[in-house]
Design a protein around this ligand. Structure first.
Ligand code: MG
Length: 299
């Protein structure tokens, strides 16, 4: 029997009206160690997510609610996204690489090094419309054996990278983060939001046509933040995994929070056929609720 938890809505937006939805937050699955990396796969009507310390990925089937192991071992996979062709792109903390799963199930390594040095442990990833793959590289998969393999850090810090869609060359696009983590583009991809978990803030960059970043001012700050995954909705609001799920107006104003029974939220994604269902990974579980808003659609 699926467990349900009453929801209190406190997200008010003078411009677009209040965010409302189901009276209950559904817990779709529990019993994991640390869930992360939710990605909704529309052509399969399922959600994939990571259970990082258990070194596996799970699959929740939208058609019947069943959950099964999708990949194990998973290379301690963390964040995932779909590219423009609908292929799964994943960050492996244990493999210390970014990979793509091809239609035949084979794996293509997109990045495992920068200038000859092994990456730390890629955490989260997004693909822009030109096919470039952008990812963050904090050290959580190499500092202990809990969610990866303890190893020496080869790179002098934790940075943000872009994989060129033509050459495959990995370029460092930001080098002034402490713990870069979740990242998300706005609708026209002129701006990129990136969370810094250690600094409890989210920054916003301008994206150049040549794939460079500029700006990078702090967009949102919260002392209890511990920001992780990010997603935007169709109004350009930024939804951030932290202590619960925070919702920010595109001007940076905190509009409110969604409380989650397990407050250590790692990530979220909009899914379902209309992208109006929010899936939330939090601690041992995955939650979902249907809302009166839609996730962003990037053209
Ligand atoms: Mg993350």
């Amino acid at each position: 029997m699926m467990e349900r938890f009453a929801v209190t809505y406190s997200i008010n937006d003078d411009e677009h009206g209040p965010v409302l939805g189901d009276d209950y937050l559904e817990r779709l699955y529990t019993g994991c160690r640390w869930t992360e990396g939710p990605v909704y796969v529309p052509h399969g009507k399922y959600l994939l997510f990571s259970d990082i310390p258990n070194n596996r990925m799970l699959r929740w089937d939208e058609t019947d609610g069943s959950v099964s192991v999708w990949r194990s071992p998973s290379g301690y996979a963390n964040g995932h996204t779909l590219d423009r062709q609908g292929r799964l792109v994943s960050c492996e903390q244990g493999g210390r690489r970014v990979i793509r799963t091809e239609w035949d199930g084979s794996i293509t390594v997109l990045a495992d090094r920068w200038q000859g040095k092994r990456l730390n442990s890629p955490n989260d990833v997004v693909v822009s419309r030109d096919g470039a793959v952008w990812f963050t590289d904090p050290p959580y998969g190499i500092t202990t054996d809990y969610e990866g393999e303890r190893a020496e850090q080869e790179i002098d810090g934790c940075h943000v990278y872009r994989i060129d869609p033509g050459s495959g060359v990995v370029t460092r696009v930001a080098d002034d983060f402490v713990r870069p983590n979740g990242l998300a583009f706005n609708a026209d991809e002129s701006q990129l939001y990136i969370a810094d978990t250690r600094r409890n803030h989210i920054r916003r960059f301008d994206v150049g046509d040549d794939g460079t970043l500029s700006g990078g001012d702090v967009f949102a700050q919260d002392p209890s933040g511990r920001f992780d995954g990010l997603r935007l909705d169709s109004f350009g609001r930024v939804w951030a995994a932290a202590n619960g799920v925070h919702c920010y107006h595109r001007d940076g104003t905190l509009l409110g929070r969604l409380e989650v029974p397990e407050p250590a939220v790692s990530n979220l994604v909009f899914g379902g056929p209309k992208r109006n269902r929010m899936f939330i990974t939090a601690a041992a579980s995955v939650y979902s609720l249907l809302l009166n808003i839609n996730g962003q659609w990037r053209l």
